[in-house]
Ligand binder design. Structure first.
Ligand SMILES: Cc1cc2nc3c(=O)[nH]c(=O)nc-3n(C[C@H](O)[C@H](O)[C@H](O)COP(=O)(O)O)c2cc1C
Length: 363
């Protein structure tokens, strides 16, 4: 079993690392999940500032990165002074190409390399990548071996339990071979690949895997708030928990998880903080993505209006605007209106499943 210094119930965490992944020591077990299309450097930076113990890049194609493609390199954008430790996730199936991509990622600051074995997107699995590799464990073995030999940082995997119900739980066959080849941790999103994001993640599988595993098992799926994060961490014996959709427009979730983990009160999020964070997110994004900004900004600003009165009207107006200052002005109006109608009381801002069309290949 994995040794972690978990906080004592209701008290401060014991001294020492919260989670160790081979040579990498995390201060806490709350991890920002890889999120393709969303988890760019501005998004991750806010999560890191709020206290995330580890952040992950969006999945990067090893084939594109090995050729030093511009779009793939852009996904490695980070700053070691602001984001450490930083995990880079790769998808691919050719061991040599994966090794080369991992070396490039480490040269660009990656503190950990993660192998994607969980992506259910049609365009990824149709070429035998992502979760399709669960049907080809001999190749997975070769990839892990190549990665571990290629880089001096820990190599981890993120997977689903199996490709589809009825084929057994592949992850229990994957575990010994991954450990044998030197994988340092496994993240399990406990839904079958064929289920996409439907239904509820079955965290009992995380518990069963953690019981058998000599390396840390991290659970991922359906964490919406700090109490749920702590509950999943303690109840299912996970060494860490990943938060994905729950962090969209809610970077403070990490601060709230940390407070609860330390036995402190969950800090409330004021409307001021919501507005300031949204504005900061928008400006960072604008600085990072340039011409793509108006489209991405709309999505991001909408996240921060979840639960606000009059948000629907704001969104309709926001969609027609391309200028950052005008968009921010609309957001400030939306927050003002909410305050006039509902005061400063905390709001329920859980965004839930991806909006229709937001990541259609995944559903
Ligand atoms: C929009 C979106 C993009 C995702 N991209 C990735 C990815 O690049 N790599 C990966 O391993 N998982 C990816 N996932 C899965 C998440 O990392 C996470 O395992 C899953 O969403 C369940 O956690 P959650 O309920 O906290 O979101 C993605 C999920 C969503 C919704």
């Amino acid at each position: 079993m994995v040794q972690i210094d978990a906080p004592r119930p209701g008290g401060r965490p014991a001294a020492g690392p919260a989670l160790r992944i081979a040579s990498l020591v995390l201060d806490n077990p709350f991890i920002l999940a890889p999120l393709a299309g969303l988890g760019n450097f501005p998004f991750r930076r806010l999560a890191k500032e709020a206290g995330a113990g580890l952040t992950f890049s969006e999945m990067v194609s090893a084939a594109a990165l090995a050729c030093r493609g511009r779009a793939a390199l852009k996904l490695l954008e980070s700053d070691p002074a602001l984001e450490k430790p930083f995990g880079v996730q790769l998808f691919g199936k050719d061991p040599d190409q994966m090794a080369e991509a991992a070396r490039i990622a480490v040269d660009h600051g990656a503190d950990l390399i993660d192998l994607n074995l969980g992506c259910p997107a049609r365009k990824v699995i149709s070429s035998g990548h992502g979760s399709a590799l669960l049907k080809d464990l001999p190749t997975v073995r070769k990839i892990i071996r190549a990665l571990v030999r290629a880089v001096p940082v820990p190599v981890t995997l993120k997977t689903r339990p199996a490709f589809a119900p009825g084929v057994g739980e592949t992850v229990f066959d994957l575990l010994p071979l991954a450990v044998d080849e030197g994988a340092a941790a496994i993240t399990l999103h406990p839904r079958m690949t064929s289920e996409g994001f439907a239904g509820e993640a079955d965290w009992r599988l995380v518990a069963r895997l953690a019981e058998k595993s000599p390396v840390p098992i991290i659970g991922s799926g359906d964490i919406r708030g700090p109490r749920e994060a702590l509950d999943k961490l303690r109840r299912y014996g996970a060494a860490g928990v990943m938060i994905g959709r729950g962090a969209k427009g809610r970077p403070w979730l990490f601060r709230q998880c940390l407070a609860l983990w330390r036995g402190e009160e969950i800090p409330a999020v004021t409307l001021e903080e919501r507005l300031e964070t949204a504005e900061r997110h928008a400006r960072l994004l604008y600085g990072s993505v340039g011409p793509k900004a108006p489209f991405m900004l709309r999505t991001v600003l909408m996240w921060y209006t979840k639960g606000l009165r009059g948000a629907a009207e704001f969104r309709a107006r926001l969609c027609r605007e391309e200028d950052l200052e005008t968009q921010l002005d609309l957001l400030a109006q939306c927050v003002r209106r909410h305050r006039e109608e509902a005061g400063d009381a905390p709001i329920d801002d859980w965004g839930g499943a991806p909006a229709k069309g937001e990541f259609s290949e995944l559903s």
